[in-house]
Design a binder for this molecule. Structure first.
Ligand code: ADP
Ligand code: MG
Length: 368
């Protein structure tokens, strides 16, 4: 698929702007804090319904403005798709596809599809499980609306159960109502776990291939799902009984200590944990391999490539990894941001734009 227009009104530091990305590689170039990431963020928003930088839509509206708007037009195999997001400081955002308001954000999936690779993705390898869960959730939500809905229902039940856990010491009779929330958590949690297990298996295979290629056939990367509880039989029953066993300690701690919100995944090279033992180079290669795996899976799933967004990652990669990444861009519409054009010396650039204080001007011109 291909994005033909990104239009912003009062979005982050943009008052009004339009970018028409070219078919191949579009470069957004400029100093820090000028609005490069904000442009990609607008695309992420139209792909997933949420920003990758904040859960609060209000932060996306330009300061001192009441409302903001993002409009993205894409051409897919089956024709044109238009996604419009109307952000309001007062209430929830309105999401429209081809002019029609959606009832549920989950219906957004499949209109504009993208993969973002940003320096934060390196944290996925180095940091805690929350980063890795976020990676799985963002990606899986885009290809499986059912996953997105299960996540939403699970998060809702989790919030209810947690607040109940904190109320029980004061109102012990509330304890009887825990059962209902446990049942909901178990049902949606089991759905989430099943979809994660399948997806991580596919990610592992694709990441393994990519890593092998980048490392010149030397390194054997494996990704393994580490659920917060082992469920050999029926995961729903296993989760239900784990929740019921954890009740007393959960009440003492005021939070739910078991369930997919505690899941993780491990990355290993020749059986060794990349996080603990990998060199910085190996960690970077692993992150890149995971991202390219995401791209591969999405491409297969959609039967056409999604848009690839590379936010400031070129400077983080050494020439070998950079070449590998650039070699993969053929036929994939790509939007790349950088502060230094020389990081893209080996890339075949289709168009370059300079981003400065929320304005977009052709690079090479003086903006006049
Ligand atoms: N809601 C907002 N309204 C106006 N300006 C904002 C808002 N949110 C962020 N900014 C500013 O917008 C700029 C955009 O930053 P960013 O997109 O991260 O830039 P870059 O990726 O080019 O470094 C920053 O200067 C930031 O202070
Ligand atoms: Mg940035």
């Amino acid at each position: 698929m291909r994005i033909t227009s990104i239009q912003l009104t009062d979005f982050r530091n943009y008052a009004r702007a339009e970018l028409r990305p070219c078919e191949g590689v579009t470069v957004l170039y400029g100093n820090n804090a000028q609005g490069k990431t904000a442009l990609l963020e607008a695309v992420v928003l139209s792909c997933t319904g949420r920003s990758h930088r904040t859960p609060r839509d209000r932060e996306l509206i330009r300061w001192e403005q009441e409302a903001g708007r993002v409009f993205v037009r894409a051409e897919r195999r089956d024709g044109g798709h238009e996604v419009e997001m109307l952000l309001s400081r007062q209430g929830r955002k309105t999401v429209k596809v081809n002019g029609r308001a959606l009832q549920r954000t989950g219906e957004l999936m499949g209109h504009v599809s993208g993969v973002l690779f940003a320096p934060e993705d390196l944290r996925m390898v180095k940091d805690g499980p929350a980063e890795r869960r976020r990676f799985i959730d963002m990606e899986l939500s885009q290809i499986r609306p059912a996953y997105y809905y299960a996540l939403q229902r699970y998060a809702h039940a989790l919030m209810q159960r947690n607040s109940l856990l904190r109320d029980i010491p004061l109102n012990p009779y509330l304890r009887a109502t825990l059962e209902d929330w446990d049942a909901q958590l178990a049902r949606h949690g089991a759905e989430i776990m099943a979809m994660r297990a399948g997806f991580i298996q596919r990610i592992s295979e694709a990441a393994h291939e990519n890593h092998l290629e980048i490392s010149g056939g030397l390194e054997d990367l494996r990704v393994r799902y580490v659920p917060s509880l082992e469920a050999d039989g029926d995961p729903e029953r296993a989760l239900m009984s784990a929740l019921s066993m954890a009740r007393d300690s959960d009440i003492r701690r005021g939070m739910t200590t078991v369930g997919p919100h505690r899941d993780d995944l491990t990355l290993t090279l020749a059986g060794m944990d990349v996080r603990a033992y990998g060199s910085q180079g190996q960690q970077r290669t692993a992150a890149l391999s995971l991202k390219l795996a995401e791209l591969d899976i999405m491409r297969r799933e959609l039967e056409e490539p999604p848009v690839l967004m590379l936010d400031d990652v070129m400077s983080e990669l050494d020439p070998k990894r950079r070449r590998h990444l650039l070699g993969r861009l053929n036929g994939i519409q790509t939007i790349v941001t950088c502060t230094d054009l020389s990081d893209l010396a080996e890339a075949e650039i289709g168009a370059a734009w300079r981003i400065q204080a929320g304005t977009i001007t052709p690079e090479g011109g003086d903006g006049a």
